[in-house]
Every structure is written in C-alpha cells, then in structure tokens.
Ligand binder design. Sequence first.
Ligand SMILES: [Zn+2]
Length: 322
Amino acid sequence: MGYVEKSQSGQGTSASDLEQINRYTRRPFSDDEVYTFSVVLCDNEVDRDFERFSIASLQKLAELFLGRTGISDHSMRSSDQMARIYCTQVEKVEGKTTSCGEPYTRLTAKAYLPRTEKNRDLITEIEAGMKKEVSVGCAVSRMTCSVCGKPWHQEGCSHEKGKLYAGEACHVVLDEPEDAYEWSFVAVPAQREAGVIKAFRPEKGGDFTEILKKLDHPGEGFAVSAEEAAELKTYLGTLEKDAACGREYRKRLCAEVVRLAMVAQPGLSREVMARTAEAMPLDDLLAFEKAFRNAAAKTFPAQPQLTPTRATSDVANQAFKI
Ligand SMILES: [Zn+2]
C-alpha cells in the first residue's frame, strides 16, 4: 500500500525538480506555479494478497510510473484534479528488513500539480494529511511461487497463498512489470481499500506449448507425417506470434480506454471500467477510446507537449499520450 510521504511546499521547488517537471508541461512552470509532494507507491514487502514485488520489479516500475498521472477519488466533479509523477526512485531503507529477509526497498515518486484555483482544495487536503494513501495499478508478466520457485501454479506447483510450508507463509513473487497505470489518492478513511492493484499477463498462451510438444512425437494419436508436423508447427508458431501481437494491441487499447475513462470520468470505478473494457469487442473499444480521448483533452489542461526522452519505451508511450 502506498502513501503520501510528505508535501514539499514552503521549501520551494528546486531548479532540478523544475527542470524535470517542465519536461511534462506545455510551457515552463516557475517555482510558485507548482506544488510538489512525495509518495511511496509500493515496496518489496509481502502484501495482503500474499504477493510481493521483487526489487528488480520495483526498478522497472520506477521507469513505468514516470509521467503517469494520479487522480483523486474524492470528488466526482474534480475531473481536473490530477498530479503527475515527474521523478521516481527505488530506495533501500536502512536497517529495515522485509519478512523474507530482503533489505526493505520501496519505490518513491515525486509528483507535481499546478497551483490553480481548481487544485487548491486538493493541495490543502494533501498538506493537511487527508490524502494519505495511494492506490496504484500495474500488470506483471511473471509470477513465481516462493516455496518451490516454479511459475505460479504451473509445472506442478500447487502451493497455496498464505499457507505455511516449513514454517513460512507461501506467497507469490511478482516480476517483469509490463504496464503501470495511473495511481490515485485515496482519502482516509478509504471508501475502498487502497493498495496495489495487480494484473497478471502471461507472455505465452498456456496449453499451446503442450500441443506443440505432442507434434514433436507424431504417432501418439497424430496421423501426420514428420514433414506435415514440421509445417504445422511453423504455421502454429506464426499464428502464435500474430495472436500475441493482437493480444498486445488489445491489451494496450484496453489500458488506454480505462486510463482515458479515469481522466474523463473520475467518478467511474476503475475496476468496473476495466471489466467492461475487457468484454468489449475491438470496434467498441476503438469508439470508446476516441470518445474518452476527446473528453479527456477538454478536462485535463496540463497536457504533456513533449514525451520525456526515455530510451526504454518511447514506442510504448505513444499509446499512452493524451
Ligand atoms: Zn509452488
């Protein structure tokens, strides 16, 4: 579970912070125009779902959360109350160890929001400590069992989360984050539980490899020649790649629709929107994306003009530009 660490008003914003912030603004902002604060987004401790991020995951998430906007779930009307992360850092907390014996490590972020009339209440709430908790969403592509080290519930792993094995509670290690969605402030007491919302997206379809393996041994119910088997295998391989591209496209489109919906309609439940998007045919998703994008452009004034120059995911970012 994340939380707002401290607000940084009063001390002014440093020149280097301003420089980082101005990579995301349409025009350069001055010190007195922005309000900055720090949040702890997530850490490597086992959470209430008996899951934890590896330290490598936190480092990847640090990249993915750069430039991501945070919204307040407080008011249905305050669609333009948004803060943007402009700096992230993975930090080891001296002298603190996790329940797994790793050095306690957390992902912190600095965020800014323009000091506008519209944002005044939100800034006051952050300063007063009323906006303490932060809920974040991300997707990972690898889950590993802490007991046997195998991919979670695959290859014979049938361990159960939270159950004790040799005195240790089984949990899942989350690796290879692929996506970080928005984060949101959750008022305390929270209407819904704050925390890290995680999605698992395996890189490969599960049973396919098993079928391909069978094709390596024709004769056991497969009346195909070795050549045919080879052809079929190549063909399936091509289809699998194409399908992966399609899935990836759909996945990004879904994420984008949810993201834009949160900007355009902050009162909407992210979970409900995500479920709805998942079930939509592609045409509908495209139509919703267009509609939400138009609405979002009207409600969010601080559009980034320049995407930050990051080597890693410039292409990926195209899909997330407002
Ligand atoms: Zn296991």
